[in-house]
Design a protein around this ligand. Structure first.
Ligand SMILES: C[S@@+](CC[C@H](N)C(=O)[O-])C[C@H]1O[C@@H](n2cnc3c(N)ncnc32)[C@H](O)[C@@H]1O
Length: 396
């Protein structure tokens, strides 16, 4: 008898699909744009604080009801602080980490994009606000000195001559600061992007010349806004770690993670590193560094999938193995994924990853469909529907 292909087998997970369009906006970065601290670096690929909080509450409610079923006589009220350690192996700009920190939960995040890891780290650190204010005052009253600094070619198109002079001056002053210089460097990156002619259009950077405010003015505004954000943010003693590492090989002990909230790059997705060339330059990466890793492995299997999807699933299988290894038993996982249209074929990443995860020992409980869009060919021909979904599962 002919054995079923992984595509056929994965279709049985369609029974777990549950439509939740009300979560659609929260699966994007848009709500974070108005959220203090979360908005310190715009990251198109990110999801929102709202989504992380919703998932933490959902996991807690599940745990409470599991506990009540096990012990009918003395039900124990749980809240999300029951999660001692949350992991986001594709942490981007640290939305999962910051949301956990604000709830008093420890967290670890990894990513391969330098600017994203840097923003995650700066956003989740603890600061002495009086010290920051004094440093800000001293920095902003420094007398301007013109420095002779060479920038990568993109900078000469992306900035006015005056903006480049200010960048060179403040960059050098900030590097001299020692304590908290990462906070001020993120402020400079933010201010520089706002004063640039750069327009991020999908995977490419476009240049649109238009009048921009002086960089020094924007930097002042940004620094004082960031300090105000910290003043208004809930402070807890939770620890956060953000590091530049590959999710396919986690540097963690087995069985230590209570929950995972994450979103890997989507099948078919853009090369993230190119559009963050300016941000990464400030961190010592003069050229776009690594391409997003997921989808570049040597192909081992999944021969029935379109060729360009095979490497993606080979890599994601490695990631799922790692998540299984580092999770405690009963750990809760939420993985936000997007389906892709590859070589004329709709690939249901949500169902395929659910099938792979269950084969490794996860129990897939639900697949929440949060967004749907048309797969288009030649920009207008509709070829079917692509879902964006959250796979919710438990390690058994
Ligand atoms: C969809 S985004 C996640 C965004 C994140 N949820 C947020 O809110 O900022 C996927 C992330 O995976 C990162 N990435 C790609 N390949 C990776 C790898 N092999 N290991 C770790 N991170 C990777 C990308 O740099 C990107 O930041």
């Amino acid at each position: 008898m002919k054995s079923m292909s992984i595509i056929e087998e994965s279709q049985k997970y369609a029974a777990l699909l549950e439509h939740k369009p009300e979560l659609g906006p929260a699966a994007t970065f848009v709500p974070n744009k108005a959220e203090p601290v979360y908005n310190w670096l715009y990251y198109k690929e990110g999801f929102s604080k709202e989504l992380v909080n919703w998932l933490l509450d959902y996991f807690s409610a599940q745990q409470t009801s599991e506990n009540e079923t096990q012990n009918q006589t003395t039900p124990k009220a749980l809240d999300s602080s029951e999660f001692q350690l949350v992991l986001d192996p594709f942490c981007g700009v640290g939305t999962t980490l910051l949301a956990c920190k604000q709830k008093g939960i420890n967290s670890i995040g990894y990513d391969v994009q330098p600017a994203a890891v840097f923003a995650s780290m700066v956003k989740t650190k603890n600061y002495d606000l009086d010290e920051l204010k004094e440093q800000a005052r001293l920095l902003l009253k420094k007398k301007f000195i013109r420095l002779d600094k060479k920038f990568p070619p993109l900078f000469y198109r992306a900035f006015s001559k005056y903006a480049l002079e200010d960048i060179a001056f403040f960059d050098s002053e900030i590097r001299e600061m020692g304590n908290n210089n990462d906070f001020f460097l993120l402020a400079l990156i933010n201010a520089a992007i706002k004063c640039s002619y750069v327009w991020k259009d999908g995977a490419v950077i476009k240049i649109r010349k238009a009048p921009k405010p002086p960089l020094r003015v924007m930097l002042r505004k940004t620094i004082y806004r960031m300090i105000k954000d910290l003043e208004a943010s809930p402070q807890t003693g939770a620890h956060c770690v953000a590091e530049m590492k590959d999710a396919r090989q986690l540097d963690l002990e087995p069985g230590i993670i209570d929950a995972v909230i994450t979103s890997p790059p989507y099948l078919n997705n853009i090369d993230y590193t190119k559009v963050y060339e300016i941000e990464n330059y400030f961190l010592g990466y003069p050229k776009p560094p690594l391409r997003s890793f997921i989808g570049f492995s040597d192909v081992e299997e999944f021969s029935e999938l379109p060729a360009s999807a095979r490497a993606y699933f080979t890599d994601m299988k490695k990631v799922l193995y790692e998540l299984y290894r580092v999770s405690k038993s009963s750990a809760k996982l939420a993985v936000v994924v997007g389906n892709g249209y590859v070589d004329g074929v709709i690939v249901d990443s949500d169902l395929l990853l659910a099938k792979m995860a269950e084969g490794m020992g996860f129990n897939v409980e639900k697949i929440f469909v949060v967004n749907e869009r048309f797969a288009l060919e030649e920009r207008t021909k509709k070829k079917g529907v692509l879902r964006e979904s959250i796979i919710v599962m438990e390690k058994i």
